[in-house]
Design a protein around this ligand. Structure first.
Ligand SMILES: Cc1ncc(COP(=O)(O)O)c(C=O)c1O
Length: 410
């Protein structure tokens, strides 16, 4: 008989062994087996504590086991856990209304609720196909973009190693250099349905485009009648100190996009994604019967998202994210450690760019020292911690970097 609640006992080694016999090797061997979390900390099966500076890859906005989030999920699950989308639920409606408010979305805007970032982007992709159906076969995405791994989202994702084993992918997508408005202008035409762009490229190593870039993309898409789709799956929901990264003047320049997708931090760790279509023009494209989902807009996922957003607002976490992020970046850069070539980011989406391709080794050293970080490129350590991280906790990582040897070998 299977266990209703699997025993939490067992060492890291024992669970890793069982993992290897039961799960596909898709993610490679797990770095550790984690059994518990509280605030910005997680514990492994051997009882060792780590400061989680990755937050489940930019997900655990409120940290682990936040009492308000836990209570909201439990209360909703104990009241009404799931209904089909033949029916509505109050949390679903309230979440959609809240997202429209946070997005300052104009009249006529609408939300589609999904379960993940990839699914939100799939919905966006389908929506763009309905735009001047047939007459606009081309889609433009950015070099080094990451939009997800399902076939549609993968067609918008740039990395050859992710794409090539699964070709042929859905056709029509072309890539232009990120941050280069002139390259986009040269590629635009009346046959382009949409331009997909991350306001900050996360997986590519936290790349922020030059000021004025998104405004230029908005102007070009409007001029050519194409939709502007912003993928805020990683950069959205307060991660950068604003609800959406494009809302920073120096990133978005005051633009209004046509579509924004979010997920990751939206549910504070509970799987939920969303597409926001701005204005009647975009919101009308994915009409009745043209898309669907069993779980999307689930009452529990919606309650999790509402609680996460509610705590961020109640506790003033957007301002904290901005202040702590600025202090942390300055502190890390101020070390002038020879291994650190640059520190960049916005809010608590931060890249420590190393002087050589030793990020995987530095991440290992960090783990040994009790920090979860992510080598998202060979030269880049990515930090995307919970918004509840304190300056004292962030300082411990500054001390770790200060203590790194001048030369780390891969
Ligand atoms: C910008 C962006 N879009 C989409 C995705 C895919 O989201 P998910 O893993 O929730 O499907 C990610 C995940 O890293 C992402 O960073």
């Amino acid at each position: 008989m299977s266990e209703v609640m699997p025993a939490q006992s067992g060492s890291v080694a024992a669970w890793t062994e069982r993992y290897g016999h039961a799960l596909m090797d898709t993610f490679g061997p797990p770095q550790r087996v984690l059994v518990r979390g509280e605030g910005p900390y997680v514990w492994d099966a051997d009882g060792k504590r780590y400061l989680d500076l990755l937050g489940g890859i930019a997900v655990n906005a409120l940290g682990h086991a936040h009492p308000t989030l836990t209570a909201a999920i439990a209360a909703q699950l104990g009241t009404l856990g799931h209904v089909s989308n033949f029916f509505a639920s109050p949390t679903q409606v309230a979440l959609a209304e809240t997202l429209l408010r946070l997005a300052d979305a104009p009249a006529g805007s609408r939300v589609f609720l999904a379960n993940s970032g990839t699914e939100a982007n799939e919905a966006a992709l389908k929506l763009t196909r309905r735009h001047s159906a047939g007459a606009r076969p081309r889609l433009i995405a950015m070099e080094h973009a990451f939009h997800g791994r399902t076939m549609g989202a993968l067609s918008l994702t740039h990395k050859a190693a992710y794409r090539e084993p699964f070709e042929p992918l859905p056709p029509g997508v072309e890539f232009v250099p990120y941050g280069d408005a002139a390259a986009l202008e040269a590629a635009m035409g009346p046959d382009v349905a949409a331009v997909f762009v991350e306001p900050i490229q996360g997986e590519a190593g936290v790349q922020i485009p030059p000021p004025g870039y998104l405004a230029a993309v908005r102007e070009l898409t409007a001029r050519h009648g194409a939709l502007l789709v912003l993928d805020e799956v990683q950069s959205g929901m307060g991660r950068t100190g604003r609800w959406f990264a494009y809302q920073h003047e120096h990133i978005g320049g005051g633009i209004i996009p046509d579509v924004v997708t979010v997920a990751k931090g939206l549910g504070g760790g509970f799987p939920v994604g969303a597409l926001i279509a701005y204005g009647e023009h975009a919101a009308g494209l994915l009409g009745r019967g043209q898309h669907g989902t069993t779980f999307g807009g689930n009452p529990v996922a919606s309650a999790a998202a509402l609680a996460t957003i509610g705590v961020i607002e109640r506790d003033g976490l957007l301002a904290h994210v901005s202040q702590l992020g600025a202090w942390w970046r300055a502190s890390l850069a101020g070390l002038h450690h020879p291994l650190v070539a640059a520190v960049r980011g916005e809010g608590l989406l931060i890249a420590v760019e190393l002087a050589s391709a030793v990020a995987p080794r530095v991440a290992e050293l960090a783990l040994e020292a009790g920090f979860v970080v992510n080598p998202c490129t060979p030269t880049t350590i990515r930090l995307a911690p919970p918004y509840v991280l304190t300056q004292g906790q962030a300082q411990t990582f500054v001390d770790f970097v200060a203590g790194l040897p001048v030369e780390v070998t891969a």
